[in-house]
Design a protein around this ligand. Structure first.
Ligand code: PMP
Length: 403
């Protein structure tokens, strides 16, 4: 199967250092299709005006687009209601909002929050900050030898003190897909809600919040062909309703009096200030692009590509692929002998290949592996086998230069 989309992404047609650009840094951010770029352009050239409460025409158009985008996200995620969709700045902002708003309401001294060893810093530090504020305790699910999360160890961490589990759907370093359905079922048997960091899953595989029965879920538009600066926090209505607002300001209030202020209903209670209504329109265009391409088709195609890439990598002497052989979505991490990942990344760049090197904002996982970092190559729907072949031959050349 081949999805020929390269010409829909203008940035990909350029040369880097005189070589065809092969963009394999999609886990960091994806490139944008013309439809998304045009949507942003259209917003500023045709209907830009501040949303909500405006009586004039443009404000009403802008409000309609913003609220239609919210409904589009709700449909995309399979949420019960668009009231469960909070627009944020991105995954980091979503998790910080959750840690504050959930934490203020439900977490007290001695309570526990559970994360795993393979989390992005965005799904560690906000919980550490909450634990520090509340004198609560952060528990960490260890990994098995094959780097999958240890489900038995997870179950033994659960107790009457556990208030929340927050875990990545797909690891941004290893690309492995965590068994979140099983994790959610186990957690719910103990009446513990689960937050899913879906930054690396929503772009690659179908995600349905009602099927998963997750309580919260976060993602960023920029990793799924949408604009930067906008993302989503999904939350079950009954939980969101009980939580305290994250920020104060316009939009999130019902009435403001110096004696007492009352808060707006969902989702506005969590959206203080002017929302990124141009971003939400761009996100809606990205969702249209994904839906038109086909979510199942994207998942199958990318799985083929990552499997092919992993096989090609594993066939090179001295290459260690992490979590080899496990089902992956998007990303593959590796190292070559004792060569520093940065050196590989630099030589690949000179050959037009964009990959990421380092700790990938997951230092605890990198320490756990006792390595300085990895080289991570990550695919999107516009990549193809010939990109992988160019990458592999450039990698072989880099290795022979460095050996
Ligand atoms: N979680 C995961 C798993 C990620 O991959 C990322 C981005 N690398 C984030 C959270 C943070 O996303 P953002 O920088 O868009 O807020």
């Amino acid at each position: 199967m081949e999805i020929m989309l390269e010409n829909l992404f203008p940035i990909l047609t350029q040369q880097i250092h005189g070589k065809k650009l092969v963009y394999l840094d999609n886990a960091a951010t994806t490139q944008k299709p013309v439809a998304v770029i045009e949507a942003l352009n259209n917003a500023y050239t045709s209907w830009n005006a501040n949303v909500h409460r405006g009586v004039h025409y443009l404000s009403q158009v802008a409000t309609r687009h913003h609220e239609e985008a919210r409904q589009k996200v709700a449909d995309f995620l399979g949420a019960k209601s668009s009231d469960e969709i909070i627009f944020t700045k991105g995954t980091t902002d979503s998790i910080n909002m959750l840690a504050f708003s959930f934490g203020e309401r439900f977490v007290h001294e001695g309570d526990e929050i559970i994360v795993s060893y393979l989390e992005h810093h965005s799904n560690i530090v906000p919980w550490q900050m909450l634990c520090e504020r509340k004198k609560a305790i952060l528990r960490v699910i260890p990994l098995r030898d094959d780097l999958s999360v240890d489900i038995e160890a997870f179950e033994s961490l659960l107790s009457t003190k556990t208030r929340l589990i927050s875990i990545a759907h797909v690891s941004n370093v290893l690309g492995i897909i965590n068994p979140i359905r099983q994790i959610i079922q186990i957690a719910h048997r103990h009446n513990v809600p689960v937050s899913i960091d879906a930054a690396q899953s929503v772009p690659h595989i179908p995600v349905n919040v009602q099927e998963l029965d997750c309580d919260f879920l976060s993602f960023s538009a920029h990793k799924m062909y949408g604009p930067t600066g906008i993302g989503v926090l999904y939350g079950k209505q009954e939980l969101l309703n009980q939580m305290v607002p994250y920020q104060g300001g316009g939009e999130m209030i019902n009435h403001v009096r110096f004696e007492q202020t009352t808060y707006n209903t969902l989702p506005y209670k969590f959206e203080a200030g002017t929302p990124d209504f141009v971003g939400s329109y761009g996100l809606a265009a990205a969702i249209d692009f994904i839906n038109q391409t086909g979510r199942d088709k994207i998942a199958r195609y990318e799985e083929e590509l990552t499997t092919y890439m992993e096989q090609q990598l594993a066939a090179i002497d001295d290459v260690v692929v992490y979590a080899a052989g496990q089902p992956k979505a998007g990303a593959v991490s590796f190292n070559v002998g004792n060569i520093h990942p940065f050196d590989i990344g630099t030589l690949l760049d000179q050959q037009g290949i964009a990959v990421r090197t380092g700790h990938h904002c997951a230092e605890p996982l990198i320490d756990y592996l006792h390595i300085p970092g990895t080289v991570r190559a990550s695919v999107a729907v516009y990549n193809n086998k010939s990109d992988i072949d160019l990458f592999i031959s450039a990698l072989k050349k880099s290795i022979s230069m460095l050996s």
